[in-house]
Write a protein of this length. Structure first.
Length: 222
């Protein structure tokens, strides 16, 4: 039986098929993305450059000799490749376990195509078992936490962590996320919230899902 890391590697390797040569791409954050960066370097494909979403991703790009560019230096991205903490049948996701949700959401919005890479443990019937990361202005942390309690969640401050943008993160467990788009909007409307880890307005276009029986390519099942 394949380990979780072996499944992540399989999904990451498969995803290189959707990377066009001679274009700019976006690259997410997390353990599965680390496998993707390695697979992209080994594929021999030549891209113009990659927009990174975190310091960790930037270090990996540099390590494998993939040129990094800033999003402000390009007009758009052909593809964005990232993992997910959870993904449903509509390819809506919870992201931000690595703390890069704001940059990930920005870069994803600039891409023509969003490729999500994941192992089978991330594919769920309903979002919310994984605590939802909510990025907040530090001064508003307590205010936002109280509002999250009103929404039915249990917020916990992510200790000893500051995002690359200088914000704090509340990890909110216990939320019933039956309407991801509505929940994404409701949380983002709370003063002091910078963004949250629900990717419902901008779901993935394609899910590369590694299972024990092989890699599946899924599109949203409406």
């Amino acid at each position: 039986m394949a380990t979780q890391n072996e499944l992540k590697r399989l999904a990451a390797q498969k995803a290189t098929q959707w990377v066009p040569e001679g274009e700019y791409i976006g690259v997410g954050t997390g353990s599965t993305v680390q496998f993707f960066i390695e697979a992209l370097a080994q594929s021999g494909k030549q891209i113009k450059g990659a927009v990174s979403t975190s310091h960790g991703t930037s270090e990996a790009l540099k390590r494998f000799g993939i040129p990094e560019i800033l999003l402000s230096e390009v007009h758009g991205l052909s593809v964005y490749v990232d993992g997910a903490d959870e993904v449903n049948h509509l390819l809506q996701m919870i992201k931000g376990g690595g703390g890069a949700l704001l940059n990930e959401k920005i870069v994803a919005s600039a891409a023509e195509q969003f490729i999500c890479i994941a192992d089978e443990s991330k594919y769920v019937a309903r979002l919310g078992r994984f605590p939802l990361p909510v990025e907040v202005i530090p001064n508003a942390r307590s205010l936002v936490a109280r509002q999250m309690v009103k929404l039915g969640g249990q917020p916990d401050l992510r200790l000893n962590f500051t995002s690359d943008n200088g914000h704090q993160i509340l990890d909110v467990s216990g939320l019933l996320i039956d309407e991801p788009i509505k929940m994404e909007d409701t949380i983002n409307a709370i003063p002091g919230v910078v963004d949250n880890g629900l990717f419902a307005h901008r779901p993935a276009d394609l899910l590369v899902l590694a299972r024990q029986g092989g890699v599946e390519i899924l599109r949203a099942q409406v």
